[in-house]
Design a protein around this ligand. Sequence first.
Ligand code: PGA
Length: 253
Amino acid sequence: MRKKIVAGNWKMNNTLQEGLALTFRIIDLLKENPADHVKVIVAPPFTSLHPICELINKEGVIHLAAQDCHQEKSGAFTGEVSSDMLFDLGVKYVIVGHSERRHYFNETDALVLAKAEAALDVGLRPIMCFGETQEQRSRGEHFDAVKKQLENSLLKINPADIAHVVIAYEPVWAIGTGQNATPQQAQEMHAFIRSTVAGKFGKNAADDILIIYGGSCNSKNSKELFSQPDIDGGLIGGASLKADEFVQIVRSA
Ligand code: PGA
């Protein structure tokens, strides 16, 4: 059986002190009442990764992700952070291809692939994000849009590495809008993604790969979303910034 993942994407929120307090509270709540069936991940901004990593190393219970990485190992890329640097800190996962990166920073499928490969190269697990826009969905093109993203990135991953990839389905129209995909809408897309993975990497790889849902997921809708057969947990934005709310979502998985 696939283990569920619930990951908190803090985006550009929380100073170091706020981030430490939030992490501490999440760990406390999970120690009080463990949720061992779920892998819990937090993704703070780069500036907080190191101290939060030290806290996590000491306390255990949760795991650490970065929100992005550069595709090159090192070099003259002012302002950027490589997967090597993240791995060296003790980071285990890295989000790549989030729709905000695609939209505000013009990230293409090819770049998302290069970032995922850079992560895999050093032993980081990429959380690769895919999802259609509102316009694509209203035109009935959501499956085609996601398929194209998958073909241009995920399906080009070395088959030897696919077991280390986590997929996040995040419809753009659901992110930060309060309008989550219905469990049925999400389930049919997750099933579609899983069958696309099976077509390229085989049934075993598809059965094992984790596909998590993101987009206005909160403690009120998470249980029904996570109980769908192909939804293996969630990538949580706004609702991951409050420890109690986030841990409630973890417990619903
Ligand atoms: P949201 O964000 O939960 O605030 O909609 C999800 C995400 O962007 O990963």
